[in-house]
Design a protein around this ligand. Structure first.
Ligand SMILES: NC(=O)c1ccc[n+]([C@@H]2O[C@H](COP(=O)([O-])OP(=O)(O)OC[C@H]3O[C@@H](n4cnc5c(N)ncnc54)[C@H](O)[C@@H]3O)[C@@H](O)[C@H]2O)c1
Length: 261
């Protein structure tokens, strides 16, 4: 797709990847609706980049629906909906259910609710694009947080399913699967910081795939290399990940006070 004069919604647009994507779409000539649950920062950033701000908490279906209703009422259509808001919380199985529930709502159900409420409109027009931010953790894993790894796998699975199911009816779907990107999200993940790219680099890679109406967006060659190893030899991949987790924990806790989830 080309972005000029398109109506593009981005959630989680007060910070990091969402903010960078929203700013890039504005530069491309799109009418951008930036959304976030952080009303103060979101409104300030949207004003700085030239987007319209609509506050929304995507951990609740009503929040996602109200955002979509607002844009359809004001702008009349949605060409690209970027379900980008995400959180990284929890560690292992001891993580309380309420934390599992929250991350499931933000990282997975927000994509389901977006599709539920925007898809009828897109199907009616026979055109529309969904960009769902998953993560390389959806193809591989995340070394610090089981809830993050699990929900990003689910987010990717949902994006695949949508593309397979609606691709022949004019609906395009993309899954954004970055490894480390310099945003507040990786402030406690030194292993990701070692190879992190800037949000500008991420924007370049993302827009290139969207221009081609593509599905999978990765940011590091290691992602697909790891994914291929996982498919070819799961045991060897698990063993490599174990080794990498040891390295990640050593970087996170240099005094060795904590080595387990
Ligand atoms: N930074 C990375 O290395 C990286 C790598 C892979 C995937 N991701 C994914 O990219 C997306 C953006 O992350 P980021 O790195 O820009 O993080 P970030 O923390 O900088 O930005 C996330 C934004 O989402 C908003 N948000 C959180 N919960 C929300 C909710 N319930 N409703 C509405 N907004 C909410 C936050 O207020 C924040 O502005 C996430 O889905 C994340 O999982 C990030």
């Amino acid at each position: 797709m080309e972005f000029n004069q398109k109506v593009i919604v981005v959630t989680g647009a007060a910070s990091g990847i969402g903010l960078a994507l929203a700013a890039a779409f504005v530069r491309e000539g799109a009418a951008v609706i930036a959304s976030d649950r952080n009303e103060v920062l979101g409104a300030q950033k949207a004003q700085e980049i030239g987007a319209r701000f609509v506050p929304a908490d995507v951990s609740r279906e009503e929040g996602v629906k109200a955002l979509i209703d607002d844009v359809l009422a004001r702008e009349g259509r949605i060409d690209l909906f970027c379900s980008n808001a995400g959180i990284g919380v929890g560690e292992g199985p001891e993580t309380p259910d309420k934390t599992w529930d929250l991350i499931q709502r933000v990282n997975v159900m927000s994509h389901v609710w977006a599709a539920r409420h925007v898809m009828p409109h897109m199907l009616e027009r026979g055109d529309g694009y969904l960009l769902n931010t998953a993560s390389a953790a959806g193809l591989l894993t995340e070394l610090h947080s089981a809830p993050y790894a699990v929900t990003k796998h689910a987010a990717l699975a949902f994006a695949e399913w949508l593309s397979i199911t609606y691709g022949d009816r004019g609906i395009k779907v993309a899954a954004l699967c970055p490894e480390g990107v310099w945003t507040p999200m990786i402030q406690n993940a030194p292993i990701l910081q070692q190879t992190a790219i800037t949000t500008d680099e991420l924007v370049g890679k993302t827009l290139a795939v969207l221009r081609e109406d593509g599905f999978l967006i990765t940011t590091h060659p290691t992602t697909l290399k790891g994914f291929q190893l996982k498919a070819q030899n799961y045991d060897e991949w698990i063993s490599k990940m174990r080794h990498l987790r040891g390295k990640a924990m050593a970087l996170l806790h240099p005094q060795g006070e904590e080595t387990r989830a």
